[in-house]
Write a new protein. Structure first.
Ligand code: FAD
Ligand code: NAP
Length: 880
């Protein structure tokens, strides 16, 4: 690509790249483009560089990611030269830093300040963007990059009457350059997010009276600011490059210790000690990383919330004020938490008062103050710390028109849609820095910004090398990315809060989780993966023709991916290479590490009559008043492994959610008891449970079966045997990723036979231990092969997309339906063989689990006379 010369005013009429914004992102991008010979210009609304740190000059503004981390890594000299004066640098210091970078690299000469971009239109014929500014001129470019910031458009004030106020109104995100002196003034601050939390203590030092209007109290704790911690500085100075490299391979872009335990795997005392240490650290990120499940599990998160609530109560003297300041309506980290300097203590000062807008909402701002539903206040100044139209605000504020005049604002009407947060279909050669769908605001943004700049830079270099003119993501790739972003968010607690991450702070904004919560490291790997796979999901056009490498970079559910990574990290053995004893020991150890599952009314162990002697069972009884139906449950483990303990959390779950007694049967295992022992035991157990329903405290006649994997196999077989034997009546069967056939040649074995936990080799190992080849085709081993499936109980067959058993499960559901059985299949998108029983681990399966529990509940609602129907079916003689 040829560089096109700028005109003399520094304003290029036509350049390779237009960059909008001269904050952290724009400055680095400009540097890289110039270094690589792309002509470029940055258009910046402000009259200087700095972005966030130009606009947010409110008292107390500073970063809350430590400055050592929240700084550029791309200039090794800068890293050595620049010494931060504080752990968390103030806004003026960060602004000086960015100004220094601009000077050092002479970046200002390519920036047009005081220039707002108002529109941009893709000219398909010329393959150029025309970028319009508020000066009425246009700049044409091949690539148009919005480095416009995630938090750069202050929210339009949505406080009624705000325009009436005759005193001074200030916005934290647009603070006057000359500063504000509040001495002797009666000041109101509306908003208690990070900007409010930082500014309130400083404003209180000046003001005669300060009144804080709070809608939602926030989790905050002392920042423990001071000089840069010596240990951290020593670590950084010893190996800056190594330190930065480590930061890139973390969840949030800051080196913090990765948790390994769940919150309730340790004692309460140990947990509190961990939280105390986190509290004293003054580090924003450590609470979220205290245990693996803090952002995923209600109870784990609540333990953090309670700890922090105690701290607030201890800091604030007046109990009523303390209660008002105590967050109760959202989990920790689901709205961005804060770190502060004397925030809560400020409310102990006699001239500071708090107004809880939940108790007395603002009725209107008046000429002289604020009226709530209960009182009138008079002020000299009102400070709006009411936040931003985050992530999308600055992008859609520009009238961007892509291919065929497609309006970006319209395309994103129901929420932003991007591929990797960096491009969006329909808008060729248009990039967003830290756009929606990228880690951005959930990370140390310096790290995320650099990664995006590097990726876009490399993409442009690639295009130049390959003589490509136009790049655009494919709809398939974009749809899948949007799905993946949502999948990642949905397994966390974050979408539950009314946060700006969800767009919930801006009236009328669609409720969509905006950033990518999969983490910086994972995201970086995905972006690298996209490139390594030949720019997967992108279509290019140029002199060498059109190349479209359509595809999806991540299909797996994020929890399945994490689980599989964990297995690799732990060096988990391939079970099929172990002896049976070692395999059982390994399975038992893995089972012991599971979260316990929900509490039930009663758990007791007993014995029932199996086909060849007594079998152990474990009974789970709901805490609700009976009579309950009963579920005969069969655990997974390939007929070789597993026991009631291994599936204990899942049985508890079924007990609670299906509101049923669950009897988990420890049927005989191979190789000690080979085929048909497990199948015969399953049927014997079903019969015994039906016969002893009253003794078990269950309602007679309300019996269903359920099983996972090999347990699904014996559950299916038990239904067939019951049909053929004329009873007992079974109201329904829920088969979770069941083995239904011994044929390992179905496509799902080829597609998912390696790398998704249950492998083809392991399935072979299971079969070899369980049944001789000649026996495997028996319907008692391969229930799909029964001559007729008519007359079987209604069925829900759950299959998972990334499971070798997927296709035989689907085949069974289809065959059941064909035979007239009320059967349906539900497939877990992106899930693996163990997703569904993974209670409190595989959170992506929450919906599917709930669905199968409600299927059981429905089956047990009334006894159904299937056995009777079956008796009339001549084909049911198959198993006789
Ligand atoms: P910005 O710094 O927002 O720069 C975007 C620029 O684009 C702005 O200068 C804006 O004027 C310009 N612009 C936008 N639209 C147009 C247009 N149409 N035409 C022309 N110019 C336009 N992140 C952290 O990781 N750690 C922190 O501690 C931290 N502290 C923060 C504190 C505050 C008060 C705020 C508001 C945010 C903080 N952030 C923090 C997030 C912060 O926004 C990013 O870290 C980073 O500064 C963003 O840089 P950027 O270049 O992407 O965007
Ligand atoms: P914010 O987190 O969105 O907080 C805005 C506050 O104003 C909230 O308390 C909100 O209440 C309240 N509010 C909004 N509209 C209101 C209305 N109409 N009436 C009454 N109250 C209203 O915005 P922010 O504090 O500017 O912070 C935004 C983000 O910028 C932060 O989350 C952070 O990422 C970044 N930031 C970082 C720092 C730092 O420490 N480094 C400092 C400032 C900002 P509700 O919660 O009820 O909506």
């Amino acid at each position: 690509m040829d560089a096109i010369k700028s005109d003399s005013g520094g304003a290029a009429r036509e350049v390779d790249v237009v960059v909008v914004g001269a904050g952290f992102a724009g400055l680095y991008l400009l540097h890289e483009l110039r270094r690589l010979g792309f002509s470029s210009v940055a258009l910046e609304a402000a009259d200087d560089v700095g972005g966030t740190w130009y606009w947010n000059r409110y008292p107390g503004a500073r970063c809350d990611i430590e400055s050592i981390d929240y700084s550029y890594s791309w200039d090794p000299d800068l890293q050595r030269e620049w010494q931060w004066s504080e752990r968390y640098a103030t806004q003026p210091e960060i602004l000086r830093y960015l100004g220094h970078v601009a000077d050092k690299h002479d970046l200002r000469r390519d920036i047009r300040f005081s220039t707002r971009v108002t529109g941009a239109r893709w000219d398909a014929a010329a393959q150029r963007w025309s970028v319009r500014t508020d000066h009425g001129d246009e700049v044409r470019c091949r690539f148009y990059v919005m480095a416009t910031g995630c938090l750069s458009v202050p929210k339009t004030p949505d406080v009624p009457g705000h325009e009436r106020f005759r005193g001074a109104s200030y916005y934290t995100g647009r603070w006057p350059k000359e500063g504000v002196d509040f001495t002797g003034k009666r000041v109101a601050v509306i908003g208690t997010g990070s900007s409010g939390v930082q500014s309130i203590p400083i404003i209180a030092q000046q003001a005669k009276e300060l009144t804080v209007f709070q809608r939602t109290p926030n989790y905050s704790r002392p920042a423990k600011n001071g000089p840069v911690p010596k240990a951290k500085k020593a670590l950084f100075d010893a190996d800056p490059a190594g330190y930065r490299a480590a930061a890139r391979l973390t969840g949030a872009g800051v080196p913090v210790e990765k948790p390994e335990l769940r919150a309730f795997q340790v004692s309460e005392a140990e947990r509190r000690a961990r939280y105390e240490e986190a509290y004293q650290s003054g580090d924003l990120l450590v609470f979220g990383a205290a245990y693996t499940d803090i952002l995923f599990n209600d109870a784990a998160n609540e333990s953090v919330c309670e700890f922090l609530r105690d701290k607030i109560r201890a800091l604030v003297k007046d109990p009523d004020t303390a209660e008002m300041l105590t967050p109760r309506d959202h989990f920790y980290g689901t709205k961005r938490p804060c770190i502060d300097t004397n925030y809560f203590e400020t409310f102990n000062l006699p001239h500071v008062r708090l107004v809880d807008l939940r108790r007395e909402p603002i009725r209107t701002v008046t000429e002289t103050g604020i009226d709530t539903s209960a009182r009138s206040f008079e002020f000299d100044a009102i400070v709006y710390a009411t936040g931003f139209d985050a992530m999308t605000g600055a992008i859609v504020a520009v009238d961007v028109a892509g291919r065929d005049g497609l309006s970006l604002k319209q395309k994103w009407d129901h929420g932003p849609r991007t591929y990797l947060g960096v491009m969006t279909t329909g808008f060729p050669n248009f990039f967003t820095m830290t756009g929606p769908g990228s880690p951005s605001v959930l990370s140390n943004m310096a790290v995320s910004i650099e990664q995006h700049v590097d990726w876009v830079r490399d993409c442009l270099v690639h295009m130049r090398a390959e003589h490509l003119d136009v790049v655009e993501p494919t709809p398939t790739a974009e749809d899948a990315w949007v799905q993946h972003v949502n999948d990642c968010a949905d397994i966390t607690l974050l979408p539950r809060a009314n946060s700006w991450y969800m767009g919930a702070n801006v009236p009328g904004k669609p409720r969509v989780f905006l950033p990518y919560i999969g983490g910086v490291e994972r995201y970086r790997k995905i972006c690298d993966d996209v490139v390594a796979r030949g720019y997967l999901g992108f279509a290019f056009a140029g002199g060498s023709g059109r190349r479209c490498n359509d595809g999806v970079v991540r299909r797996l559910q994020p929890d399945a991916e994490i689980f599989l990574e964990m297995l690799t990290e732990l060096g988990a053995p391939r079970i099929e290479t172990l002896s049976v004893a070692d395999a059982r020991a390994f399975a038992a150890a893995s089972g012991a590490a599971q979260p316990p599952g929900p509490a039930v009314g009663e758990v007791r162990d007993g014995q029932l009559a199996g086909a060849a002697g007594p079998l152990a069972y474990r009974l789970y009884r709901p805490a609700t008043p009976g009579p309950h139906g009963v579920v005969a449950y069969f655990h997974g483990g390939g007929w070789v492994l597993g026991d009631p303990q291994s599936d204990d959390p899942f049985c508890r779950y079924l007990c609670v959610k299906a509101d049923a007694i669950v009897v988990s049967v420890n049927y005989r295992h191979a190789p000690e008891a080979r085929f048909p022992a497990a199948a015969d035991d399953a049927f014997a157990a079903v019969r015994w449970i039906a016969d002893h329903a009253a003794e078990l405290g269950a309602a007679p006649g309300r019996l269903a079966v359920c099983g996972w994997s090999a347990g699904g196999n014996v559950a299916a077989v038990a239904c067939q045997l019951a049909r053929d034997a004329g009873g007992p009546p079974i109201a329904g069967q829920v088969l979770v990723t069941p083995v239904t056939d011994c044929d390992l040649s179905r496509p799902s074995y080829a597609q998912n036979g390696e790398g998704y936990f249950l492998t083809t080799d392991l399935m072979r190992w299971f079969w070899d231990h369980y049944a001789d080849p000649a026996d495997r085709t028996s319907p008692k081993a391969s229930p799909l092969r029964a001559p007729s499936l008519a007359g079987l109980p209604p069925a829900l067959v759950v299959t998972c997309e990334f499971d070798p058993l997927r296709d035989e499960g689907s085949a069974y559901a289809v065959a059941l339906a064909k035979a007239g059985v009320a059967a349906r299949e539900r497939q877990g998108r992106g899930m693996i063989h163990n997703s569904v029983p993974g209670v409190d681990v595989m959170l992506s399966a929450v919906g599917l689990r709930a669905e199968l529990a409600s299927a059981l509940r429905a089956f047990l609602g009334a006894a159904t006379p299937h056995a009777t129907a079956a008796r009339r079916d001549p084909a049911s003689a198959a198993h006789a």
